[in-house]
Design a protein around this ligand. Structure first.
Ligand code: BTN
Length: 325
């Protein structure tokens, strides 16, 4: 018997007592062996109440991610099937890049409980405190050319928003172009794509996913509080991180398969349906300067088609979306 067998049995009957006798019968081991595994689960941070004549009852789970809890929830074929779970790292992007250079397969995932130098887009840092969020990087080796990688950014945003909606249906999640997920105008997650290519041939893409799951207001620097929010702060309930990770990987893998089979068109439609950027006057800060207009939709590459104030059309491929109004 492993800890995992015992845990699934206690989880199936969460909140209820399961007698030592029943456990030893179900798992075909002695009562002493059951007791030893209970102690091991407790050492992993589970709280298990043991009451004479009633048996064992699972009363609390660790706030730390464990493979025991995560792996049984995974429904994917390749995404997350090779998985590294770290306590602390500088950035999961760096960890996964090292593995990618060693040739690991598509779908390889690195998750960390904490990042000391988590990074965001545009050279910003990413707040990644211990045990409170989902900080992870996923490896893709897509058979597409470098200029098409922005499509994967948009795909990742759709996958994340679908997964979060599945776990927390009461939250109204919108995508701000290209890939910020917002609840009530505040950012709850971010996506960072880093590619390695030779000429235009893409070698691999490291997709960094940051979801501010269970952060409290005190976890954010003061200046971010009017721009960022966690799922817990927005919904009032703690998020089951391993269920959300499994759901993100499942949605991501499904959409990625769809993308490889049918191209960007279906992803584009899904993205547009969830966007909060379209149809509103928007300021876009591009590397070539500020563009003001009304975004109408995506083009076939993943760029944002914007109607300018003089009625002309322009497509923007890289920009920071600023204030609208
Ligand atoms: C953004 O600026 O919105 C992108 C944020 C991306 C954060 C994630 S957390 C996991 C991965 N590791 C990092 O250092 N960054 C990404």
């Amino acid at each position: 018997m492993s800890k995992a067998n015992l845990l699934s049995l206690l989880e199936e009957r969460e909140g209820q007592y399961v007698s030592g006798e029943e456990i030893s019968r179900a798992l075909n081991v002695s009562r002493t062996a059951v007791w030893k595994q209970v102690r091991k689960l407790e050492a992993d941070g589970y709280r298990i109440e043991a009451v004479p004549r009633l048996g064992y009852r699972l009363t609390a789970k660790p706030s730390r991610l464990t493979l025991q809890e995560l792996l049984p929830k995974l429904q994917t074929t390749s995404f997350g099937r090779r998985l590294t779970l770290l306590d602390v790292t500088d950035s999961t992007q760096n960890e996964l890049r090292k593995l990618a250079e060693q040739g690991v397969a598509e779908g390889t995932l690195v998750i960390a409980e904490q990042q000391t130098s988590g990074r965001g887009r545009m050279g910003r840092s990413w707040v990644s405190p211990f045990g409170k969020g989902i900080w992870m990087s996923l490896l893709l080796r897509p058979p597409v050319s470098l200029p098409l990688t922005p499509q994967l950014t948009l795909l990742a945003a759709v996958a994340l928003s679908r997964a979060i909606s599945q776990q927390l249906p009461e939250l109204d999640i919108g995508i701000k172009w290209p890939n910020d997920l917002l609840v009530g105008g505040k950012k709850i997650s971010g996506i960072l794509l880093e590619s390695a290519a030779e000429d235009e041939r893409l070698n691999y893409v490291v997709v960094g996913l940051g979801i501010s799951a269970n952060l409290e207001a005190g976890d954010y620097p003061e200046e971010l509080l009017d721009k960022a929010i966690s799922l817990k702060m927005a919904s009032g309930e703690s998020v089951d991180r391993s269920a959300l990770i499994a759901s993100v990987l499942e949605q991501f893998e499904q959409l990625y398969k769809l993308y490889l089979e049918q191209g960007f068109a279906p992803i584009r439609t899904l993205w547009e349906a969830r966007s909060v950027t379209l149809g509103k006057r928007t300021e876009l800060y591009t590397p070539q300067g500020k563009v003001v207009g009304v975004p109408l939709g995506l083009d076939e590459m993943g760029g944002l088609r914007v109607e300018l104030e003089d009625g002309s059309l322009r497509t923007v491929y890289s920009a920071e979306v600023g204030a609208s109004g």
